[in-house]
Design a protein around this ligand. Structure first.
Ligand SMILES: [Fe+2]
Ligand SMILES: [Fe+2]
Length: 175
């Protein structure tokens, strides 16, 4: 059975664009799972500020996933879900872990950019407008991840420096 509804043609999503948006549901979900995995790694190593910050990011990616699901369903395309790969669970230190955070946020930004391009190509301005709301947040997320990695590289393996950053992240995450 088709996953497209019988909604009027003008409000329907282009099938190729719909599949790309639906794939992004899984991208946000696997990003969330990786953040949750990082949060657990940090938590058991006493880095509770990192853990709090990482969990907040994990919730953020789930919220984004939910917005994509809503957009698909609202436009008459039933969102579906894919099996997620098991997220990485081991890192040699917090700096190495944060390299994965940076890579993930840059990947998310690149994918949002590609989806905006596809929505333009398909002349779907509703989807273009929907996607625009993620742009400022994604830029901020990339910049914040870059900045934290820069700071971790400055302190290196100095425990006191890592603890200072841990305290700062706890404050940023708001608890
Ligand atoms: Fe996201
Ligand atoms: Fe993010």
């Amino acid at each position: 059975m088709s996953r497209m509804s019988t909604a009027p043609r003008s409000s329907r999503l282009d099938p190729q664009l719909a599949e790309a948006l639906n794939d992004h549901v899984s991208v946000e979900a696997r990003s969330s799972f990786l953040y949750f995995s990082m949060a657990s790694w940090a938590e058991v190593r006493g880095l509770t500020g990192f853990s709090t910050w990482l969990r907040a990011e994990a919730s953020g990616e789930l919220a984004h996933m939910n917005q994509f699901v809503d957009h698909l369903n609202d436009r008459g395309f039933q969102a579906t879900f894919q099996a997620l790969p098991q997220p990485r669970a081991e890192w040699s230190d917090v700096t190495v872990m944060f390299e994965d955070v940076v890579a993930m946020e840059h990947e998310l930004a690149g994918r949002i950019d590609a989806l905006i391009q596809t929505s333009h190509d398909k002349r779907d301005h509703f989807t273009g407008s929907f996607l625009q709301q993620f742009v400022p947040q994604q830029i901020a997320d990339m910049a914040e991840a870059d900045e934290i990695l820069d700071r971790l590289r400055i302190v290196g393996r100095d425990g006191q420096g890592v603890i200072l950053i841990d305290q700062e992240l706890r404050a940023r995450a708001g608890n």
